[in-house]
Design a protein around this ligand. Structure first.
Ligand code: AMP
Length: 619
């Protein structure tokens, strides 16, 4: 149903369009694209110059209007404190996640509560990364609405493959705030592959490497596409490596060549900006030509391609090391890769192309504009969702295991690490106390056996369970991860139908480093964890037996001889004492002993109960 929308800014009535647009919300630049006459195209600004919208937001001192894009970028130099860039690096992050990187940002990041999400302070106002990203998304929305003369309300947005739940959720929320219904969050490498039409539906499938070198970040992703299903096999990269580092290497070289004082240059803001722009210009020139030469403030700034390549070779080598690691993590070799896709402006550098080609032993795909390729793929995915194309399923994997806390603080994994997304899994639990009305369900992420070593994602209480003896309620807990990688947890008591659910919106995200550390921890502590788990399980079992034994002694007192009663009590006391110690074998032996002794007694008691029940009944 088309709806009527009013464009307040222009005072025009616009027809709400059925179009779903694709958005690449990037660290340095963002783009919006759509399908025009069957072709994906990125949208240019009103000046018709560029499809890129710099991901920069500026808050002018004397007006309420917020500037986004090129205009905002110009303020980076003149008013850095009120100009926010690289907000993508803050999405879903706490201050603790950013520790050590604060100096990277020219604006103020708030650290009042290290555990919660970061905020950016601009003068006396605070902004969340979600609000700031929403400003960029709004600018993209306005751009496409003005181009098409239609109101747009639905979008697909891309994120890096390694983005976790919190970061994906934050991106989705930013879309909502910008007035966009985000139908799908898609991985950037997946979008890039789609742009090249690599969504084959053949049975044998194919494996693709997506090499993404932008201005400030590098990502390599290994994807597997089978029958139209995309799966991320592994990712690697460097969150602080990109074309800006090429510029910096060139600047350092020129300073050294001219014997200039780097300190003086650093203090002269105008000159340092001028030399930065010149270095970028030289770098771009060298992607086409053999040499570059210019004078700047009395300095001779010249370089030929060979010289430039010598400067950046160590940086490019680092990206190749990451490629090697990504292959290793996916359990593959170079020969397993059928296609290599280039993404990001810095892949225009001939040395980068050559090194990638040499490493993978095949020519990479580079026909599409590397700055646009992700947005184009997002537009194709949007078109698929709009029902205009054959369906292509997008599949990701969970980076860490997800589970709940059970008795004794043990982690019970419900969805193991590396499971495919979307995914659904469930398990039944019960209560441990008679008449228990409420059950707390605490959700954790991580690989360790004890929840205290994992990361808590959230908790909720299943209330109003009808009173029943311990062990009788059947509580089913279900984990559902949707296609965006967002987790929903449901709990239902099956006998009564009482149920409760939550969407897990973690309070802050995990960095890649954290994730790697959690995995390493689990390997290092595997043995120690196993010992602790075995002891806790023995104690849990013992507590169950003790509850049963107490009940038995109370209810069956009449059926037991004094000696039997005393012996059972003694065995129970001995077990209770052992549960306070750390000897799991002794606990298990005592459990065995009390079980052995009481089994025939229980049988006898039962026979007696039956005999009493039929007494007096005549057949
Ligand atoms: P992205 O973040 O993908 O927009 O990439 C931006 C980076 O690509 C910046 O470091 C640019 O300087 C770099 N870049 C853009 N065009 C070229 C080119 N022709 N040659 C080399 N680097 C380029």
């Amino acid at each position: 149903m088309p709806r009527i929308a009013i464009n307040i800014k222009e005072g025009k009535v616009a027809k709400e369009s059925d179009l779903i647009v694709g958005i690449d919300l990037g660290t340095t630049n963002s783009l919006v694209a759509y399908i025009k006459d069957g072709e994906a195209v990125a949208v240019k600004g009103a000046d018709g110059k560029s499809t890129l919208v710099p991901s920069v937001v500026h808050f002018p001192p004397d007006s309420e209007e917020i500037l986004v894009g090129d205009e905002a970028r110009e303020k980076l130099l003149t008013d850095p404190a009120n100009t926010v860039y690289s907000v993508k690096r803050l999405m879903g992050k706490s201050y603790r996640d950013l520790a050590g990187f604060e100096h990277y940002f020219g604006y103020k990041i708030i650290d009042e509560d290290t555990e919660s999400l970061v905020k950016v302070r601009v003068r006396n106002k605070f902004y969340t990364p979600i609000e700031l990203s929403a400003q960029i998304l709004k600018a993209l929305k306005v751009r496409i609405e003005q181009t098409l003369g239609q109101a747009i309300s639905r979008a697909v947005i891309t994120v890096p493959a390694y983005f976790n739940d919190a970061q994906r959720q934050a991106t989705r929320d930013a879309g909502k705030l910008a007035g966009l219904d985000v139908l799908r969050i898609v991985n950037e490498p997946t979008a890039a592959s789609l742009a090249y039409g690599l969504d084959n539906r053949s049975e044998e499938g194919q494996t693709i490497a997506v090499y993404d070198l932008g201005g400030g970040t590098f990502d390599i992703s290994i994807l597997r596409i089978e029958e139209g299903i995309f799966e991320v096999l592994s990712t690697n990269g460097d969150t602080f490596l990109g074309g800006d580092d090429f510029d910096r290497a060139l600047i350092d070289h020129w300073i050294e060549q001219n014997g200039a004082d780097p300190q003086v240059l650093r203090q002269n803001k105008e000159l340092s900006q001028a030399i930065r722009l010149l270095a970028e210009e030289a770098k771009k020139n060298l992607s086409q030509r053999g040499s570059f030469s210019r004078q700047l403030d009395g300095m001779a700034c010249s370089i030929d391609r060979t010289g430039f390549e010598r400067l950046i070779r160590p940086l490019v080598s680092r990206t190749i090391d990451s490629c090697r690691q990504a292959l290793r993590d996916a359990g593959l070799t170079k020969d397993d890769i059928q296609h290599v896709v280039l993404v990001g402006g810095s892949t225009r550098v001939p040395l980068v192309k050559a090194e990638v080609e040499a490493f993978f032993g095949r020519k990479p795909y580079d026909k599409l504009d590397p700055d646009e390729v992700v947005a184009l793929g997002a537009a194709i995915q949007a078109d698929v969702l709009a029902g205009n194309q054959k369906d292509v399923l997008l599949l990701d994997i969970t980076p860490l295991s997800l589970g709940i806390e059970t008795v004794g603080g043990l982690m019970d994994v419900i969805i193991p690490r590396n499971s495919k997304v979307p995914s659904k899994a469930g398990r039944q639990y019960t209560t441990s106390v008679d008449g228990q009305r409420n059950l707390k369900i605490a959700v954790f992420q991580g690989e360790r056996d004890l929840v205290e070593n994992n990361r808590k994602l959230g908790e909720f209480i299943l209330r109003d369970i009808p009173p029943m003896p311990a062990g009788l309620p059947k509580i089913e807990i279900q984990f559902i991860i949707n296609a965006d990688g967002i987790l929903k947890v449901k709990a239902k008591e099956l006998r009564s139908g009482v149920e409760q659910a939550i969407d897990i919106k973690p309070s802050y995200g995990l960095s890649e480093e954290d994730m790697a550390r959690m995995l390493l921890d689990s390997i290092e502590h595997a043995e120690e964890d196993m010992v602790v788990r075995a002891l806790l399980e023995a104690r849990n079992e013992a507590n169950n037996i003790l509850l049963a034994a107490d009940k038995f002694l109370r209810q069956q007192a009449g059926a037991l001889s004094e000696e039997e009663r005393q012996r059972t009590q003694a065995l129970a006391d001995q077990l209770r004492k052992l549960t306070e110690g750390d000897d799991k074998d002794a606990i298990n032996r005592a459990i065995e002993e009390i079980n052995e002794y009481t089994r025939p007694l229980a049988q006898k008691a039962m026979d007696q109960t039956i005999a009493e029940a039929v007494k007096g009944k005549k057949i």
